[in-house]
Design a protein around this ligand. Sequence first.
Ligand code: E4P
Length: 218
Amino acid sequence: MKFFIDTANLAQIKEANELGILDGVTTNPSLMAKEGIKGEKAVMDHYRTICEMVNGDISAEVISTDFAGIVEEGNKLAAIHPNIVVKVPMIKDGIKAIRYFSEKGIRTNCTLVFSAGQAILAAKAGATYLSPFIGRIDDSNWDGIELISQIAHIYSVQGFKTEILAASIRTPLHIVKCAEAGADVCTCPLDSITGLLKHPLTDIGLAKFLEDAKKTLG
Ligand code: E4P
């Protein structure tokens, strides 16, 4: 399973990248706004900076909702760097645009996915990645991990090539469950990634080893 970090914060991207386990970055308009990035040039420059920092796929989201607008924006985003993946919402014109980009060889990430039916449509249109939002599904009292399992089963039975990119991750356990359920990628906040490191028995065991090492080394 690939690991992406789900942020537009450069310090967090740097920290995750230095761990040596990072395969890419996802952003969205809310994450960009959180970093105080304003204006088209600033947005483009920020994506370019991320692409120069991380050697992996970088999702950049369009904000248009009509076919012509999505295509124009997506082409501009894709021209920033070969690693850019154009993130397109799961709407009618989004599906048309994903088909257009797919035929042009531009990679896409179909976002805001909440059902298996949407997953089938995105795969049919040729999406490179599909982003089911498992945390938001859990928030609404449904089972996000169950959706990942269902999509993984459908994609396997049908031979769809679209990669399942589990998004809206809230906890380290979400990451483990997504791996079990067959997600190809997990995009996670930094604290969920570093949360995977933690186990109290590791801390207790290390403290004991270091204490005993002092006896050996004098
Ligand atoms: C990433 O691709 C999604 O936009 C993101 O994971 C959504 O996360 P949230 O539900 O925590 O906003």
